[in-house]
Design a protein around this ligand. Structure first.
Ligand code: F6P
Length: 316
């Protein structure tokens, strides 16, 4: 059996850990592993290379993707999809594992409709794949955003200012709302909260009345012009204001513990699916739900060994 892996769309911390898990698990089972360079673009151009276990050494902890990534707008064209499949078939590759966001998933759906087997892993800082609770890269990007917002808070407090921070997320407000909770932001603006100037203005007046020295407003991208919002706040409210667009810094950096483990588990899981012939699947996680039990039950239930043990021999 032969499996190829590619990363596509906006890169996300943890993609490398997922690549490593796919390659190491495949080799563990005697499956040949291949890496496609630069996403679907490299696939169409036939840039596919054999990967051995040492090719994925020293990458678990690294941000970005060693395979490179791209966005290929033309991939909706059937002729281009057929070319991609021909390149995979020429190397007798049986399954393609794609790691990326919604555009990457659409590519995999297109290939599967042409009868080429694919498996998709969610790799995007946006956390916008509906089937999964969390995507690979989301929590690392969140940590980066939180670290930056904490710093902005320091200077904003010193100068009694309002800080307006734009975070990424494409059409998804998760980075904004999670950062808002983790940083104690006064206002979070996403497509789901909606935006009105009156709401911001009233909140600024209220904050001043409460004696707050500063105000943190977190805005998801593509909602409003944060520079204009800061200007309006400074002009009309009691606060001076500054805007910061966090931008691409959120995409880089070493993956967090959570993303390393999620990516390692998902990469291994993808290969297990391939081995069982279960293809055209999207891997997901649903893990952080809350629940409750009686105080007695909390200690009475037997603690099972972590399911992570089963990943150790394959990934080492
Ligand atoms: O999907 C990840 C992401 O960083 C989004 O948050 C953002 O809207 C987009 O990619 C930026 O895309 P590009 O890298 O093509 O500029």
């Amino acid at each position: 059996m032969k499996i190829a892996v590619l990363t596509s769309g906006g890169d996300a911390p943890g993609m490398n850990a997922a690549i490593r898990a796919v390659v190491r698990t495949a080799i563990h089972y005697g499956i040949e592993a291949y890496g496609v360079m630069d996403g679907y673009k490299g696939l169409v151009e036939g840039r596919i290379k054999r990967l051995e276990r040492n090719d994925v050494s020293q990458i678990l902890n690294r941000g970005g993707t060693i395979l490179g990534s791209s966005r290929l707008d033309d991939f909706y064209k059937i002729a281009i999809q057929k070319k991609a499949i021909a390149n995979l078939k020429e190397l007798e590759i049986d399954v393609l594992v794609v790691i990326g966001g919604d555009g990457t998933y659409r590519g995999a759906i297109a290939l599967s409709k042409l009868d080429y087997p694919c498996i998709a892993l969610p790799g995007t800082i946006d956390n916008d794949i509906p089937s999964t609770e969390y995507t690979i890269g989301f929590f690392t990007a969140l940590d980066t955003a939180i670290d930056a917002i904490d710093k902005l808070r320091d200077t904003s407090f010193s100068h009694q200012r309002c800080t307006v921070v734009e975070v990424m997320g494409r059409n998804c407000g998760d980075l904004a709302v999670y950062a808002g909770i983790a940083c104690g932001a006064e206002i979070v603006i996403t497509k789901d909260t909606g935006y009105s100037w009156e709401m911001v203005y009233d909140e600024a007046l209220h904050a001043k009345q409460l004696g707050k020295r500063h105000l943190v407003i977190i805005v998801a991208e593509h909602i409003i012009d944060v520079q204009k919002l800061a200007h309006d706040i400074e002009t009309h409210s009691p606060y001076e204001a500054r805007a910061t667009v966090l931008g691409y810094i959120q995409r880089g950096g070493n993956p967090s513990t959570y993303d390393r483990i999620l990516a390692s588990k998902m990469g291994t899981y993808a290969v297990e699916l391939c081995r069982q012939g279960i293809v055209n699947q999207a891997v997901f996680t649903k893990s952080l739900d809350l629940g409750h039990c009686s105080l007695q039950e909390a200690l009475a239930v037997e603690q099972k060994p972590s399911d992570l043990y089963e990943y150790l021999p394959k990934l080492n």
